[in-house]
Design a protein around this ligand. Structure first.
Ligand SMILES: [Zn+2]
Length: 271
């Protein structure tokens, strides 16, 4: 069993746990095997455990990509995507991160469980990508993509109404510690202010740019008709909690927190 269990959330038909501060899987493959063992101890079927590769950036092929879960037994068989879905009961999805949101969605009608990796770039709906190598053009080109919340929800809401989707948000840096106050991030600040609203800034202060990732997720979920009562969060902060690691607080850290989500049967009483 992994050490430092920080969050153990049991939703109506899924379980979401977070274990703080473990070596990066790429540098220590034993962590991957220990995480798989832990998912099994928490109730998952060993043949249905899927591990997500590290989060991507806008230039990566798997940026904001959502893929079907597949069985992971080694570093090589991790899934290269920022979102993973499965309808198999007993399946587990493992997601290492340090500050990015561990987003877990569940459709109570279809049993589809979706896990998303929600960092700041994944919450934008545009990217400036340099396509000059492909087009011999003058430089960066703006392209449009949905936020990771929308990407995941497109899978989670299929064949049901949004009020049948439950969402848990965990393992994220608190807004108070997540400052973006330099010139380089002015464009992001302005964008997030206009797109999500002042409520996603700590103290509603655009200049300080302390972004609340979970508030952004809630905003999009509410805009897409997921009821507020269906959305929960762990109330933790990766900077404040002694057992969690924050990439922004400790720039040099290679440690990651490990989220494990397990797909469980829907209890009849929740209908
Ligand atoms: Zn904090």
């Amino acid at each position: 069993m992994l050490k430092r269990l920080v969050n153990d959330y049991s939703g109506s038909s899924f379980r979401a746990c977070t274990f703080g501060g473990h070596p990066h899987m790429d540098q220590n493959p034993d962590v991957l095997l220990a995480a798989i063992d832990t998912a099994v101890e928490l109730g998952a079927d060993r043949n249905k455990v899927c591990v997500m590769a590290p989060a991507s950036g806008p230039a990566d092929y798997h940026f904001k990509k959502v893929s079907a879960a597949s069985t992971t037994t080694s570093l090589e068989s991790r899934v290269w995507a920022d979102g993973v879905y499965t309808t198999e009961i007993g399946a587990a999805v493992i997601m290492p991160s340090a500050d990015c949101q561990f987003i877990v969605m569940k459709n109570l009608v279809t049993n589809c469980l979706v896990v998303g990796h929600g960092g700041k770039p994944a919450m934008r709906t545009w990217e400036l990508v340099n396509l000059s190598e492909m087009h011999a053009g003058p430089g960066p080109t703006e392209i449009r993509r949905l936020s990771i919340i929308d990407q995941c929800l497109d899978y989670a809401v299929r064949r049901a109404f949004p009020n049948n989707v439950h969402v848990h948000l965990a393992n994220t840096i608190g807004a108070r510690h997540y400052a973006h106050d330099d010139a380089r991030t002015a464009q992001d600040r302005d964008y997030f202010w206009r797109y999500y609203g002042p409520e996603v800034f700590y103290d509603q202060d655009q200049a300080a740019g302390r972004l609340d990732l979970k508030a952004m997720s809630r905003r999009r979920l509410l805009d897409r008709n997921v009821p507020t009562g269906n959305i929960s969060d762990d109330g933790q902060c990766t900077v404040c909690h002694p057992d969690l690691v924050s990439y922004r607080a400790k720039r040099q850290t290679s440690e990651r927190n490990i989220g494990i989500a397990i797909n469980l049967p829907v209890k009849e009483s929740t209908y």
